[in-house]
Ligand binder design. Sequence first.
Ligand code: NAD
Length: 389
Amino acid sequence: MTNKTRIGVLGAGTMGTGIAQIAATYEHQVILYDTNPNQLENSEKGLKKILNRQVEKERMTRNEVNSILQKITFTGDIEKFTGCEFVIEAIVEDLAIKKEVFQRIEELVPADALLASNTSSLSIASISSALKKPERFLGVHFFNPAPLMKLVEIIPGISTDPSVTEKTRNLIDSWEKVTVIARDTPGFIVNRVARPFYGEALRIYEEGIADHATIDWAMKELGGFKMGPFELMDLIGHDVNYKVTESVFKEFYYDPRFKPSFTQKRLVEAGRLGKKTGIGFYDYREGAAKLEPVKDKELGEKILYRILAMLINEAADAVFMNVASVKDVDLAMTNGVNYPKGLLEWADELKPSRVLDWMSSLQVEYREDRYRPNPLLKRKVRNGETFYG
Ligand SMILES: NC(=O)c1ccc[n+]([C@@H]2O[C@H](COP(=O)([O-])OP(=O)(O)OC[C@H]3O[C@@H](n4cnc5c(N)ncnc54)[C@H](O)[C@@H]3O)[C@@H](O)[C@H]2O)c1
């Protein structure tokens, strides 16, 4: 596939609009389709606004912006997909609707066209079951906002032909993205490995070890994370964040490592969804008092190393279970959620034996399966090896 490849994008919402913008920036002709005319109008208006701002800031010329806009056809006519050689779907996260749409698309596109879904939580296998030729279908998972976030997880399903994975990866690489290959397992890489960032922070909070401002302070100040877990959950929205946790928990057959938190559930039930509703863990309303963190280094390190050990343990598990390579797990977390360092590189720096000690002492203290050290981490320590060694 080259920049002459015609790209079809299904769904002109947040993700579809972003993906269409990227493809048009790299000179593809793009068909952007949605069933909702208002959404198409909003998508076009929103994109123009974003691009005009680029001209104002002198990051792009008027000609460049015009050329991007000219390349995108906003349409409610699905027949326009005839001739698209690569189609990516970013519609509502509903398996039945996605299956139905792909069946229709399969009838329209050329026999050798490739089909992809941007799903975050459905399995690639489940969507592929609707297709006559599942070997040409795979997952291509962008992160929000798609034009800015570098990472794209490429997820071959059980039926995907290896050449389809390779061609797709080459295409997305040509859009200057960082691509990683993930196995078709719940949460792929990022949404699985990142769970303890939220889950363990919530657990520390629930145990009363520290308040949310102090936990955020520890992760930012001592850990170098751009945002603390509570600030980030408030920004993502607790409804969205809780749903991802719950879905990963269920999909992993209720593994206690991924157990959701009552505290977060109550926030959702109360409608305290975070920044978008004016209140979540923090109060964003005018005149609200600001909670000051307890800047105690010893407490901060206890918090940081507990959350970090859980994150590294999860990253090790993704490698152990062949979800992704060491390198791809690190690339995913640094480019998909902007972690300050790859988790396994971090483990090597800290020394795997220290990480194992933290995990083991949590397991001894709590006697919960949630804190079981990963076999790969144990193996590395036993053999005196590092993850990159
Ligand atoms: N928002 C994110 O942060 C994010 C990140 C990665 C992946 N995703 C995934 O991307 C997909 C889209 O998410 P989004 O946030 O852009 O959603 P969105 O709600 O912003 O947009 C979905 C769009 O799909 C359209 N649509 C619904 N049914 C349709 C149909 N049958 N045919 C054509 N269009 C239809 C809707 O009108 C809407 O414009 C989902 O699968 C989601 O899991 C979302």
